[in-house]
Design a protein around this ligand. Structure first.
Ligand code: BEZ
Length: 307
């Protein structure tokens, strides 16, 4: 059995159709069917149920699929890490969730480029969930997200915990009330949360904050991203709970207020492949801590193992 067989099998299992799988693999359908047949003969098992439309995996096929996917991810990781270890090219692909752009991300990137002019740096906006898959596939080398997703192959470092604040429309009665708000003050408002998909996301951190305190917002409005949430806040559609760095946006149609509970925080998490100890990753982490020191930003460095 060769890696090619695994790639072909995974494509057919995911597309559940030989024609679509062949298109995805850029090969003709007859050789693809032959390869799958050959694989079944080599293993002496049936991987797909005969004559099922769309194609269905047998129980053995499901077992084989879950392991084949892992093996392919490990292969991609091995390729990317070996290239980096061999220094054939110095490059660093960074995945980030949109809200980190309002924090230190722009400064970090500019400083990293200044200090490492020979490293080819690329940036990719993606959710924390997508970052984990992209790390394992070798499409990115480091991810900055906000969700604690457990994975044995991923190392997570919580860089700092950002306070959550409330964004509400200009002139709203709450702006005239207390200087600092409690979540309880917001339950009769519409709560605008983001991102709607994929889940779990920052939206679930906000919902959990209410649930943990036995509170239920009157109405929840789920939107795609932070900018849309803020736009709707400005339009008077509701309130949104955002990380405090968003305050830096200083929209003149949105007011912000602090929350009274210091445990209402959203972490900024750096994720890397568990075995990747390359110089670029080390330098990126050192640079971040240096910036925290320079800017007097409180941080709590610690390593969360994948499990
Ligand atoms: C920060 O704001 O602390 C931060 C943002 C993106 C990446 C790393 C740190």
């Amino acid at each position: 059995m060769e890696l090619r067989h695994l790639r072909y099998f995974v494509a057919v299992a995911e597309e559940r159709n030989f024609t679509r799988a062949a298109q995805r693999l850029h090969i003709a359908q007859p050789p693809l069917s032959r390869q799958i047949q050959q694989l079944e003969e080599t293993l002496a098992v049936q991987l797909f149920e005969r004559n099922s439309r769309p194609l269905k995996l047998t129980e053995t096929g499901k077992f084989f699929y879950s392991h084949a996917v892992q093996l392919l991810a490990q292969t991609a990781e091995l390729e990317s890490m070996t290239r980096r270890v061999g220094n054939i090219e110095r490059s660093l692909s960074v995945g980030f969730v949109g809200s980190t752009l309002y924090g230190l991300l722009p400064k970090i990137i500019r400083r990293f480029r200044d200090e490492n002019p020979t490293v080819e740096l690329s940036l990719h906006e993606m959710s924390t969930t997508d970052q984990i898959r992209a790390l394992k596939d070798g499409r990115i080398d480091v991810g900055f997200g906000r969700i604690r997703l457990e994975d044995a192959n991923i190392r997570r470092v919580v860089l700092r915990e950002e306070k959550m604040i409330v964004a509400f429309p200009l002139g709203h009665p709450l702006s005239l009330s207390k200087p600092v708000l409690a979540l309880r003050d917001l339950v009769n408002e519409t709560l605008i949360i983001y991102p709607k998909t994929p889940r779990p996301s920052y939206a679930d951190q906000v919902l959990a904050a209410f649930q943990d305190r036995g509170l239920k917002p009157r109405r929840i409005y789920e939107v795609r991203e932070l900018q849309i949430a803020l736009g709707l806040v400005a339009a008077g559609e509701g309130m949104s709970i955002v990380p405090s760095s968003v305050y830096g946006l200083k929209r003149d149609d949105v007011n912000y207020k602090e929350l009274d509970d210091p445990t209402l925080v959203s972490p900024i998490i750096m994720s890397t492949r568990m075995l990747d100890e390359s110089r670029d990753i080390r330098e990126m982490l050192e640079l971040i801590y240096r910036l925290y020191e320079e800017e007097k930003i409180p941080y709590t460095p610690r390593v969360d193992r994948g499990r």
